[in-house]
Design a protein around this ligand. Structure first.
Ligand code: ZN
Length: 489
């Protein structure tokens, strides 16, 4: 199958961020075979021609961090610090079954594709009552949609109460928190075996699936689990994903456990490699920035989630100045509350412009777009995120007869500051058209919404019961939060 897209404004997102005012893109199978000026378009024949004379072509975006089970509880979680928020969010997972994970991943996938994301990293944590916690159902949903996906299975072999700095409040919390985390911890070898079996079962790039290890967070795993997971990824040439220093409480816990920063600890046990991507990376030390740069690992910035639950701001400008490649994500819909990468683009280009800082370092549209495209692809070892010959054919066509692009002053500036996803017309993943004229081609959207409604309704009694239980934890977790920040409640 050979496709010609002609007369588009092409935003290549190559290293030079080249723009082509009137360009053509040729897709041969699942790869791009030509990206360049329209007047040099290679001769056909073509099986399909797309007239893009009123369109902008850009690489499909890479949503570099989310949790697909969270899509059913968008908009309903309290804006409270992560440790408290997490107790509430866990309530929604308690009774989820395969069909719920499927519906939730479908819902998020629909939102992502329609807003121009062609790849997602799903840091999957579900319910131990299901095989691989239900990750197989999420993978099926993303295959059904035609969305490329990297699914990192979340593993943790420490009890949750040992991984947050509860101090003296520990005993008052014990029972409830143990009950909530009982469903998560497993022995180190059991998790490593499960992780290998998961990869064996699902890793299939030709079906758009990269399956890989996803240790929950540094302080939530033993060193044996971290190094074992890294070894699995190394042997199989896979990426690995982890949460790093999302909150101050986590950084405090890291110091207690390791007497160094969480990142330095990863470095000291040999896990910090170019294939590692680290969600958040907020509460790090100045020397960690250099360590990131040397390692080639990728911090993943999730601006909406970080603002929603007040986690803090990652030092994105310092990362960029030091040559660190930063990727961009939405995080789960329980802390975002959607999966729209245009939101992330706009936020990352706004929130780091703080009064009194060096405005020469403020994030410009090309940097934001690089985070959302080629940097994410690089983090996961995918040959995508750039429109260039030889790359995977993952791309988006946006209409430019919309308010966001009228008049067309500065295409990159308008993609970042003006667009919200509603101009997306056509989305192509792996050479296949999965969104056409703004509509999904492979699944029926009203049916997806119906499945999501149905799942949420069925889960409601369990969610209400578990939310009530989570409320009992809040006072002690709040006490910890204020103590960590040296404040009295
Ligand atoms: Zn996360």
């Amino acid at each position: 199958m050979k496709t010609l897209i002609r007369n588009a404004v092409v935003v290549t997102m190559n290293e030079q961020n080249d723009l082509i005012d009137n360009g053509s893109v040729v897709i041969d199978g699942n790869r791009l075979s030509y990206v360049g000026p329209a007047e040099w378009t290679p001769p056909g024949p073509f099986d399909r021609m797309i007239d893009a004379s009123r369109m902008i072509a850009m690489p499909g975006m890479v949503n570099a961090h989310c949790h697909s089970p969270a899509n059913l509880v968008r908009g309903m979680m309290p804006s409270k610090p992560l440790e408290i928020w997490r107790a509430y969010y866990r309530a929604s997972l308690r009774d989820m079954r395969e069909e719920d994970f499927y519906a939730s991943a479908l819902l998020g996938g629909v939102e992502m594709l329609k807003a121009g994301a062609t790849t997602v990293l799903d840091h999957f944590a579900g319910n131990q009552a299901c095989r691989f916690m239900g990750a197989g159902a999420a993978i099926q949903a993303m295959r059904d949609l035609g969305l490329r996906h990297v699914v990192s299975l979340t593993i943790t072999d420490k009890n949750y109460e040992e991984t947050i700095p509860l101090g003296e409040t520990h005993s008052t919390l014990d029972d409830e928190i143990k009950r909530m985390s009982a469903s998560e911890a497993k022995s180190t070898t059991a998790w490593l075996d499960e992780c290998e079996a998961f990869i064996e079962t699902f890793h299939a790039p030709e079906k758009l699936t990269t399956a890989c290890p996803g240790p929950s967070a540094v302080q939530r795993c033993t060193d044996e689990l971290l190094t074992g997971a890294a070894e699995i990824a190394r042997k199989k040439n896979l990426p690995m994903h982890i949460h790093l220093a999302e909150t101050k409480a986590q950084a405090v816990m890291g110091k207690q456990l390791y007497a160094t920063s969480l990142l330095q600890h990863l470095g000291s046990i040999g896990v910090l490699r170019p294939n590692l991507s680290l969600a958040h990376s907020i509460w790090i030390e100045p020397t960690d920035i250099e360590l990131f740069a040397k390692s080639g690992a990728t911090p993943v910035h999730n601006p909406a989630s970080n603002l929603r639950i007040g986690s803090g701001l990652a030092p994105v400008k310092q990362f960029i100045s030091a040559g660190v490649t930063v990727a961009l994500g939405t995080d789960g819909a329980a802390s975002n509350d959607g999966q729209n990468m245009f939101d992330a683009l706009r936020l990352v280009a706004l929130i780091h412009n703080q009064a009194g800082t060096d405005f020469n370092e403020w994030i410009v549209p090309a940097q934001a777009l690089a985070m959302a495209t080629r940097n994410g692809a690089r983090a996961f070892g995918l040959d995508a995120g750039v429109l260039a010959p030889g790359k995977l054919a993952d791309l988006v066509l946006l209409r430019r007869d919309t308010p966001a692009f009228t008049p067309l002053n500065d295409v990159m500036g308008q993609l970042v500051f003006c667009e919200n996803g509603s101009s997306v017309d056509t989305v192509i993943v792996n050479g296949e058209v999965v969104v056409e004229s703004g509509r999904l081609t492979k699944v029926d959207e009203p049916e997806v919404l119906r499945l999501a409604e149905q799942a949420r309704t069925r889960l409601d009694p369990s969610i209400q019961r578990e939310l009530q239980a989570a409320r009992t934890l809040e006072p002690a977790l709040a006490e910890m939060y204020f103590r960590v920040f040296g404040k009295r409640q």
